[in-house]
Ligand binder design. Structure first.
Ligand SMILES: [Mn+2]
Length: 293
């Protein structure tokens, strides 16, 4: 028996030829400093790499795409002395991936990492649409005195000129204050609350985005805590694993980038949330490769 763990079910490129050929990139954004409540998200990238051990999982996705050796793991971005400095590095890292014509799959970190990641898409040739799967709308203009809190991510995204629209799916914690902010942006913001997630409502979102460049920010607390217990803010009544997989697999939009955030390793049970996160990422990667083939 192989005694060494095989990261990310063997999907990472192992030699220069494979790395060169890889059009999809895995990059860790290991910052959990902007969480308002618990610590633990900073260890997300390493947990996701380890969760799907290739001795137990294989590299073929549900849709039959073999990802073995096809993902370039660029490691984790080194944090700066302040969050502003860290954010600048995250942004630059995203920009440089896009300039090399590869697709970034970014692993947080708390949800604050999404802001610099999407800022990096100013380097993308067209405007983009963002889909946020989340229990929370994150529409606070500032939270506990900070504009970079993970509770402000939606608000920051709506301030970006290169973000044509923001679609939030799975929301179940909308407060009056955030609803007010949402109303100010109703021409660009669609909120699909968890209680209204049905095949029909999801199909309407897919149709509206068909063929368009879409960035997905996947906060794991969008899923029900029964599926994703390892998050800082578990909120009952969320999406099932299957609903999120269906959304990713049936996408007819052009996936131009994605992040997976808010995995809190300290809260996880038997790595179930990390395993789910790895699986969701791989299914999205497989769909991307099938689309670009
Ligand atoms: Mn959230």
């Amino acid at each position: 028996m192989n005694t060494e763990l095989i990261e990310f079910s063997g999907c990472f490129a192992r030699n220069p030829g494979e790395i060169e050929a890889a059009s999809l990139v895995f990059l860790g954004l290991p910052d959990g400093s902007q969480s308002s409540y618990l610590r633990g998200c900073e260890n997300g990238p390493s947990a996701i790499r380890k969760a799907l051990d290739g001795r137990s999982y294989n590299s073929t996705t549900e849709l039959g795409v073999d990802l073995a050796g096809r993902i370039a793991d660029l490691g984790d971005v080194t944090l700066g002395a302040t969050f502003d400095e860290t954010a600048e590095r995250f942004r630059d890292a995203t920009t440089s991936i896009l300039k090399s014509k590869r697709t970034p799959f970014l692993v947080g970190g708390d949800h604050a990492v999404t802001v610099p990641a999407v800022l990096g898409f100013e380097a993308f040739p067209t405007e983009i649409h963002v889909v946020q799967i989340d229990a929370h709308p994150d529409l606070y203009p500032e939270y506990e005195g900070s504009r970079s809190s993970h509770a402000c991510t939606g608000a920051r995204l709506l301030e970006m000129n290169h973000v044509s629209s923001l679609t939030q799916i799975g929301i179940r914690t909308l407060t009056e204050e955030q609803e007010k902010i949402g109303k100010q942006h109703e021409d660009r913001l669609t909120i699909l609350p968890a209680r209204e997630v049905t095949r029909d409502s999801i199909r309407r979102i897919q149709e509206a985005l068909a063929g368009k460049p879409v960035y997905i920010t996947l906060d794991l607390d969008g899923l029900d805590p029964a599926y994703a217990p390892g998050v800082s803010h578990p909120v009952p009544g969320g999406l099932t694993s299957r609903q999120v997989l269906d959304f990713l697999q049936q996408a007819t939009f052009d996936l131009v980038g994605m992040d997976l955030v808010e995995l809190n390793v300290e809260q996880d049970l038997r790595s179930l949330t990390a395993i789910l996160g790895g699986h969701l990422l791989q299914e999205a990667m497989g769909r991307k490769l099938a689309h670009s083939a």
